[in-house]
Design a protein around this ligand. Structure first.
Ligand code: BTN
Length: 259
């Protein structure tokens, strides 16, 4: 299908976005990165019905059949590359709120560090941040890639996955509806972040955090740590209280319940 054919069921987004609708792509993040490199403006949003080479965090694949949501949003906030990482939490809240508007009332949305969205403690959405900085450390562009399992989910993941359909969302719920809801809720959260900083984002994220105060395992590139998830720090790092009484700040890793 061509770009214009995909646009037949074109989502209606607030004017802050520029929609680039595709039918099938390798990865919306790759498309968005190319557009960002070519100067695409803040708010450019690449959306596809399927991905043939969807990518997850830490080099993993992201299964991307038709029926689920795949989007990558280009952002150019005036901030450091470090601060821009907070946008992963902003996006998780935007998607969590969007899911809340389409899901049945009894489902529980929680956030798993750093940027996963869980429904009933199983992963429904993942977020992949990719960015480019200027030589003086400022952010040039950030691509926020988000995948949501609406109709299908993988069975073989290290952390259990789910889909919105499996958790009781109506069969009529589709990627267009969820994209429109996300676009509204993300805009509201990103404006809050721009005006008030990370504090309100952190407060809401913490109040729905998976494993906060519990024993968790954090898989890093070279080691696995066990400890108590003590807090999310003021920059988005995970503070892990270790058995020896020390606290370790973690900036990248995968969280699991301690076995
Ligand atoms: C994760 O590992 O949890 C992050 C998954 C991110 C998947 C999304 S789908 C849209 C965008 N394009 C990609 O190739 N990846 C992200």
């Amino acid at each position: 299908m061509t770009e214009s054919a995909a646009a037949n069921s074109s989502p209606r987004l607030p004017p802050a976005y520029r929609l680039v609708a595709r039918d099938s792509v390798g990865s919306t993040n790759d498309e968005a990165r190319q557009l960002a490199e070519a100067g695409a403006e803040d708010g450019t949003l690449v959306w596809a019905r399927e991905q043939l080479k969807g990518r997850g965090r830490r080099g993993r694949d992201w299964q991307s059949p038709r029926g689920n949501l795949y989007l990558s949003l280009i952002l150019r906030p005036e901030c450091s590359a470090e601060q821009a990482a907070q946008l992963g939490f902003v996006a998780a809240l935007g998607m969590g709120d969007a899911i809340g508007t389409v899901a049945p009332p009894m489902i529980e949305v929680r956030y798993k560090w750093p940027n996963d969205v869980l429904i009933n403690d199983r992963k429904a959405a993942g977020i992949l941040l990719e960015s480019m900085s200027t030589p003086d450390g400022d952010l040039d562009w950030l691509v926020l890639g988000i995948g949501v399992n609406i109709t299908t989910f993988p069975e073989d993941t290290a952390f259990p996955a789910t889909s919105l359909r499996f958790e009781g969302c109506p069969p009529a719920l589709d990627d267009v509806t969820l994209l429109e809801a996300f676009a509204r809720h993300f805009l509201s959260w990103v404006n809050r972040w721009l005006e008030d900083g990370f504090a309100p984002v952190r407060k809401t994220w913490r109040s729905h955090a998976f494993g906060l105060g519990d024993a968790i395992e954090v898989k890093l590139a070279e080691e696995t740590l066990t400890g108590i998830f003590d807090d999310l720090d003021e920059d988005g790092g995970l503070l892990l209280k270790l058995a020896d009484g020390g606290t370790r700040r973690i900036s990248a890793g995968d969280v699991y319940r301690a076995s």
